[in-house]
Design a protein. Structure first.
Length: 182
């Protein structure tokens, strides 16, 4: 199978499967914790203006196979030296094949080229596969893992792109309190 990585925008029709897939994923995974999870998922997906995910401060990519979007993700500026990964997604039928890791690697490479030296992200407590991906890709947990993940609700992670494994450069990103529901 041949996969093509395309730098694009949120308004590109190639982005629609990613956004629709995230909408369903967020709504269904958190339905028992948020009675209005479908509406909240929709709100989350339009929370940030599309231009934040475009160069020079952001990026948005999709992975296409046989003309269909099967994965993708984005980043936006978090601060002057930090990119924030968002919207990492892989089609349900394409999971466990390394596509999400490829998306993360591609976004990290773009972030470095755009002058960022570290990456920040959050994932939800009902997304253990995502948390596992980030840990295996060298991201540091920026939360207290001894606290049950549902207390945190959102789980923050960080990575120094210039010196992977270095944690002191991430200290200002560490969450002192759980990121509860908002």
């Amino acid at each position: 199978m041949t996969y093509t990585i395309i730098d694009t925008t949120l308004s590109d029709p190639l982005a629609r499967p990613l956004l629709d897939g995230l909408q369903v994923e967020y709504a269904t995974r958190y339905a028992e914790f948020r009675p209005n999870s479908a509406a909240l998922a929709s709100e989350e997906l339009v929370r940030y203006p599309a231009e934040l995910f475009a160069p020079p401060e952001g990026a948005f990519i999709v992975i296409v196979r046989d003309g269909e979007t099967v994965g993708g993700g984005a980043f936006k500026r978090y601060d002057a030296t930090t990119a924030e990964l968002k919207r990492i997604w892989t089609h349900a039928g394409e999971r466990r094949q390394g596509l999400a890791r490829r998306v993360v690697q591609e976004l990290e490479a773009r972030a470095l080229r755009q002058g960022y030296r570290r990456v920040y992200l959050t994932t939800g407590f009902r997304q253990p596969e995502a948390a596992g991906l980030y840990v295996s890709a060298g991201y540091e947990r920026l939360f207290d893992p001894s606290i049950p993940p549902e207390v945190h609700f959102r789980l923050p992670f960080g990575k120094d792109l210039l010196e992977p494994g270095r944690t002191d450069s991430l200290s200002d990103l560490v969450q002192l309190e759980p990121l509860g529901q908002r």
